[in-house]
Design a binder for this molecule. Structure first.
Ligand code: ASP
Ligand code: MG
Length: 409
């Protein structure tokens, strides 16, 4: 049986007209001989509206099972509408809620992880002549039978997980952009669309601010080797294939530039330079749920040192509180706590960095030519990130894009 998984995001099913357009895209694939599992998001903004309603009636926490029962319903509307539209066109179709398959998850409401997906019912249904199974994305069911959701943007993860479970040949993810670009075209107009990108690079891009795919979906696709094609439901352009590194012959040294706009940093001055100090600082931060990113500390001969770390601006107040409280309780000591919340992070990403020298030097030189100061640097095998003043973010992205010739990829 030839099975294709297709996922349509919120803007692709935003209204009745868009749902008809999606119906036509699916109908072409059915004519090509595919059995289609179509995973849908809620109609654009519907999830936000539901979240807002929950807040208005006083939802106490995001781990309330009732919260998930509510916010998962947006997907039920779009999946049934799409199934009706397909049937109306004579393409045999039915909708499936997450619990009907079921998509089994743990019980971390509002951010549940998938434990397994049963696909027997879908296969059986295809065998009886149904051509399209429209599945509500974003939803699952936990052991005690309550509905769960997979975190914002979770329909991507639903689609990849179903593609892996049903052993689909492909997973096509339809969105409102035409693929993965070397950087955000709103900042750099001549950003180019990549034909292929490796899972690893995509993972870095997704977690570093390119909002096209949910990071967890990419992780899952990488683990199960599910090739993803990112396509535009608004135009017929060729998309971007996210695939295994081995399938990419010409590996780019740098494939893309990602960025995060709202970063902040905290520096603790004159802390003792001895074993256990970092653990004492980062323990309370972790317990407060602060999402720490970059960390720098250096050795000194005085026995005292500074430690600087970065986190999203939204986490800064929580971080400051956790640190000050630890000081009050004599768990840590430092002289001053210095904050800067006007920062942004820019990262260059490319699998070719594994084998090429001089990339860091070129990045630093480019930034220095623009007189942009670097606060913190961090690296991985395929990524180099710098923390800079937010007001230079766009300039940095543009000049790095030019310096690495990304307009010609
Ligand atoms: N509707 C959900 C959200 O808005 C899931 C998704 O769109 O992927 O986050
Ligand atoms: Mg989405």
């Amino acid at each position: 049986m030839k099975i294709l998984t297709m996922k349509f995001g919120g803007t692709s099913v935003a209204d009745v007209e868009r749902i008809r357009a999606v119906r036509d895209i699916i109908s072409c694939e059915v004519k090509n001989g595919w059995n289609v599992v179509a995973v849908v998001s809620a109609m654009s903004k519907d999830t936000n509206k539901l979240i807002d309603l929950a807040k208005q009636v006083g939802v106490e926490s995001l781990v309330d099972p009732e919260y998930d029962a509510l916010i998962s319903t947006g997907e039920d509307v779009s999946s049934s509408l799409l199934a009706i539209a397909l049937n109306h066109l004579g393409i045999s179709s039915r909708s499936w809620r997450g619990w009907q398959l079921p998509v089994r998850t743990d019980s971390f409401h509002s951010n549940a992880k998938i434990k397994g997906i049963e696909t027997d019912k879908l296969i059986k249904n295809f065998k009886t002549g149904t051509k399209v199974a429209v599945v509500s994305g974003f939803q699952g069911i936990e052991q005690a039978g309550r509905i769960t959701t997979l975190g914002r943007g979770g329909s991507d993860t639903s689609a990849v997980a179903i593609a892996a479970a049903i052993d689909a040949e492909r997973c096509d993810i339809y969105t409102d952009v035409s693929g993965i670009y070397t950087t955000d075209p709103r900042i750099k107009r001549n950003a180019s669309k990549l034909k292929k990108i490796s899972f690893e690079e995509m993972l870095e891009m997704a977690s570093l601010g390119a909002n096209v795919l949910q990071t967890r979906a990419v992780e899952l696709a990488m683990r199960h080797k599910v090739p993803i094609t990112v396509l535009n439901s608004f135009s017929k352009e060729e998309g971007t294939l996210v695939c295994d590194e081995e399938e990419i012959m010409e590996k780019n040294i740098v494939s893309g530039i990602a960025f995060q706009k709202n970063e902040s940093q905290l520096t603790l001055t004159n802390i003792e330079d001895k074993p256990g100090v970092a653990a004492k600082i980062f323990g309370p931060l972790a317990r407060s749920g602060v999402n720490i990113d970059m960390i720098v500390q250096s050795n000194t001969e005085t026995g005292l040192t500074n430690i600087t770390f970065s986190c999203p601006v939204d986490d800064l107040d929580r971080a400051k509180k956790a640190i000050s409280k630890a000081k009050e309780n004599n768990l840590i000591s430092y002289e001053r706590l210095i904050e800067n919340k006007n920062l942004a992070k820019v990262s260059i990403i490319g699998i070719g960095m594994k084998t090429h020298a001089g990339v860091a030097q070129k990045m630093f030189e480019t930034l220095s030519e623009e007189n942009i100061n670097i606060n913190v640097i961090s690296t991985s095998e395929i990524k180099l990130s710098v923390l800079i003043e937010r007001k230079y973010l766009e300039l940095a992205v543009r000049s790095l894009h030019d310096a690495f010739g990304l307009q010609n990829l």
